[in-house]
Design a protein around this ligand. Structure first.
Ligand code: COI
Length: 367
């Protein structure tokens, strides 16, 4: 792809210091990162270099006004020692969409994927092997111009970093507890809730902190107008299994179009489940608890994978979902998705991008 990709390898890998049995989420970063700079109207200077601090002027407008977009995707290493990145093309397209909304010059799909190929190929030894763990890939684009006017930056940096991680929720495959947020909202029609930009996450911190005090790991966001329709959870999209169908909020411009959401819908439908994408009022879910029709709730996200929800709070009431146990469809979907991602099941959809490792396959197998 690039004839001029500059690669500077680290002189001292940190890999041996990592305890793969005790991974957190994004507190350890792999040896290298990819970087490219936009200036004078073009992306230039593609480079892989040791992961480390970058210099920014305090007047860099992104620090003040949040002109920043990012992505999250994962690489897996299967029993066959093949490294696979899950659906990077979809993340590339979402990033382009986010760029457009935030007035950021996009990185094209081929360059996005080539950056990931090169970086994961080089740092493949950082890909954890255990089910539930992965090498999380975090591409990020932000303005770097030193100015204080509220206008788009004219210079940007694209960085891709990777981090060996466990599933986002410490609970792993144990059910989590969520709180339905009634006061604060995540997004509104015409806003930026459908794109992956830093401010969406900053705005969620305060309500999430309030919920955490009561033992809830995340909020279920309701729509910004009526505070009635379920949107998403912030770190994941949400699904409800009712008696004879599975429902999830439709993509109406205020929720993030999750790659895992799309994958889950495909896998569920192909297994014969009826999946409806539509508006879902919180009252409908509360009624379904009372009638016994609510069989399962789960979240779907790159970081979260498939996360069972065992309990949720709404209007001073706490509802248990089927005795706070992970349901059978949730468990099936988790296995189905992780098998596919790790290469344990046939990739019928062509979702995995195989990565060429930076060493001969036989050497990788014995490492
Ligand atoms: C992801 O699932 O990749 C996310 O970006 C969610 C969160 C960790 C910010």
């Amino acid at each position: 792809m690039w004839r001029n990709l500059k690669i500077t390898k680290t002189s001292g890998s940190r890999l041996a210091d990592v305890d793969f049995e005790a991974l957190g989420f994004g507190n350890v970063f792999s040896d290298h990162m990819f970087s490219m700079t936009f200036r004078e109207g073009a992306w230039r200077d593609p480079e892989i270099l040791p992961y480390g601090h970058i210099a920014l002027a305090p007047g860099c407008a992104t620090l003040h006004y949040g002109q920043s977009v990012f992505e999250g995707l994962k690489a897996f290493l299967g029993e066959d020692n093949v490294a696979r990145v899950f659906r990077p093309e979809m993340n590339a397209r979402r990033l382009i969409h986010s760029c457009e909304r935030l007035c950021i010059p996009p990185v094209d799909e081929a360059e996005f994927c080539a950056a990931i190929d090169a970086l994961v190929g080089l740092d493949h030894a950082w890909i954890p092997r255990k089910r539930g763990q992965a090498l999380y890939i975090r591409p990020l684009i932000f303005g770097i111009e030193n100015h204080l006017e509220v206008r788009p930056s004219t210079a940007f940096r694209f960085i891709v970093m990777t981090a060996p991680v466990r599933a986002y929720f410490q609970e792993g495959v144990e059910p989590i507890a969520l709180k339905v947020e009634e006061t604060y909202t995540r997004s509104a029609p015409g806003g930026v809730g459908h794109v992956k930009t830093a401010g969406n996450y900053a705005a969620s911190l305060y309500p999430t902190q309030l919920g955490a005090r009561d033992g809830y790991v995340q909020m279920v966001w309701l729509d910004g107008i009526e505070h009635r329709y379920i949107e998403e959870v912030g770190a994941m999209n949400i699904f409800f299994r009712l008696k004879d169908r599975i429902v999830t909020p439709d993509l109406h411009g205020t929720i993030l179009p999750g790659v895992t959401r799309d994958s889950a819908i495909t896998l569920l439908r192909d297994a014969g489940h009826s999946v409806e994408e539509r508006r879902i009022a919180i009252d409908e879910i509360v009624q379904a608890v009372h009638s016994g029709d609510l069989l399962e709730v789960f979240g779907a996200g790159t970081a979260a994978i498939i996360a069972p929800v065992g309990r949720f709070a709404y209007q001073d009431q706490v509802f248990d979902v089927q005795d706070n146990q992970a349901g059978e469809v949730t468990r099936w979907l988790y296995d189905c998705l992780t098998d596919l991602q790790r290469g344990d099941a046939e990739d019928r959809y062509g979702w995995n991008r195989l990565i060429e490792l930076d060493v001969p396959r036989s050497a990788a197998a014995s490492s």
